[in-house]
Design a protein around this ligand. Structure first.
Ligand code: KE4
Length: 425
């Protein structure tokens, strides 16, 4: 039953473009009207019609501890009592910067912003300011937020909308963004060779999660690092999804590859609007007011958002075996899902790493944008609707990720596997 969701959607469409504040929430790629969510707790989310689901979207990543975590709620409640925003420096920002620089290898300085988009936009500007170069390399199928120069061969919602780029992005803005193939080091080398001394940086999702989850092949990240060093370009890891998810130090720690700058979002806000970028001190020192690269934000480092982020990061840092336990139960889940779908004869490919994964409906290996794009999106739509009807809330797009949280109980993971078992019947 979705009567109230339908009513709200009709009203929303009158005054919000597409009825939503972010395109993927409109469920367009699964040809149905969206569910409106009322509340959530732990690994459960409840819509406005009272339907309860096991949640594998987790707000697109932030809710790694699960919804309504007591320590996070208490920290936010306490912070609210002191005031919502001052537009002035606060102790919480110092604590957050110290915590991030302590937890993440290579992050010597960090600047808080309000979204992943803003983090990426600012990191790219820092790279261009530091190197004095114009061009950037991104990878087809990777999504780095909606800054104009990033909407070129992007992933996420742009894959479902089939828009290579976006209208409103000028030729001038797109011309300095070069696109390589994910897991295709030759394409990276060709771009460097054809743009000598003019590439400021390479930005990459160290695990791509916006064309569905696509893992870096052995040597790929190390190869990109080497090409950046050879050409004196900076390497930016966009860790908005992988940061603090794969390990305390994110993908840098997990893969043992050091980036020059990293971007963060999602988990570091614990559900509040927070982004950050940081890295080598010599690079970050170009940022205003210290250096000539301007970047600012009214609500950057907002004390209530910092309280939420600090609560989450401190739990991630100080809870013994949190990551091994989360990654173990996630590996078991995806491995069991693999066995179930194989036994059912449903064509599928599961890519997963730690608590991040995707089930593609395809026979082929999914290792880049074009192979991901060959997935059977009609089959995915059928699967999505079946899962929703059976109380499982996954992303309404083949080209997004599943997120598992610390709060996902073994019972709920097992229930989810039972539902998947029924799909193949
Ligand atoms: P935000 O501006 O949405 O906070 O972050 C942009 C961003 C940057 N980098 C990566 C790797 C990202 O995945 C994102 C945003 N992720 C999408 C989910 N694929 C957010 C969901 C949405 O757009 O509504």
């Amino acid at each position: 039953m979705s009567k109230r969701s339908e009513e709200l959607f009709e009203r929303a469409k009158k005054c919000i473009p597409g009825g939503v504040n972010s395109p993927v929430r409109a469920y367009r790629s699964v040809n149905m009207n969206p569910r409106f969510i009322e509340r959530a707790s732990g690994d459960r989310i409840i819509d406005v019609d009272g339907n309860e689901y096991i949640d594998y979207v987790c707000s697109w990543g932030p809710m790694i501890l699960g919804h309504d975590h007591e320590a996070v709620r208490d920290a936010v409640t306490k912070a609210v009592k002191d005031g919502l925003s001052f537009g002035a420096a606060t102790e919480k920002e110092v604590l957050m910067a110290e915590l991030i620089t302590d937890m993440v290898p290579g992050i010597e300085m960090v600047r808080m912003v309000n979204s992943g988009t803003e983090a990426v936009m600012s990191a790219i500007r820092a790279a261009r300011g530091f190197t004095g170069r114009d061009k950037i390399i991104k990878f087809s199928g990777c999504y780095h937020g909606h800054a104009d120069h990033m909407l070129v061969n992007a992933g996420s919602g742009l894959m479902t909308q089939g828009i290579p780029g976006s209208s409103g992005v000028t030729e001038g803005n797109a011309k300095d963004t070069l696109t390589a193939g994910y897991n295709d080091l030759n394409s990276v080398e060709r771009l460097f060779d054809s743009n000598p001394d003019n590439i400021a940086c390479v930005i990459v999702e160290p695990v791509a999660a916006n064309m569905g989850v696509v893992l870096p092949e052995e040597g790929f990240l190390q190869g990109v690092r080497k090409f950046c060093d050879k050409n004196k370009a900076l390497l930016i890891f966009d860790e908005v999804i992988t940061g603090f998810r794969l390990s305390p130090g994110g993908a840098q720690e997990y893969f043992g590859v050091r980036a020059d700058l990293c971007t963060y979002g999602k988990i570091i806000g614990g559900g509040m609007p927070v982004g950050a970028y940081g890295g080598r001190r010599d690079i970050m020192e170009v940022i205003s007011p210290l250096g000539p690269v301007y970047q600012a934000g009214t609500l950057s480092g907002n004390p209530v958002a910092m309280a939420a982020g600090l609560a989450v990061l401190n739990i991630l840092k100080n809870t013994k075996d949190l990551y091994p336990d989360l990654n173990k139960k996630s590996d078991e889940f995806f491995s069991e899902a693999e066995k179930i779908l194989t036994a059912s004869g449903v064509k599928h490919r599961i890519n997963h790493i730690g608590s991040l994964g995707s089930i593609f409906f395809t026979d082929n290996v999914v290792s880049d944008h074009s192979s991901a794009g060959k997935s059977d999106t009609e089959m995915f739509t059928t699967y999505f609707k079946y899962m929703l009807e059976n109380g499982i809330y996954i992303a309404p797009s083949q080209f997004e990720a599943m997120f598992i949280s610390v709060s996902h109980s073994k019972e709920d993971l097992s229930k989810t596997l039972d539902v998947i078992r029924g799909f193949g019947k």
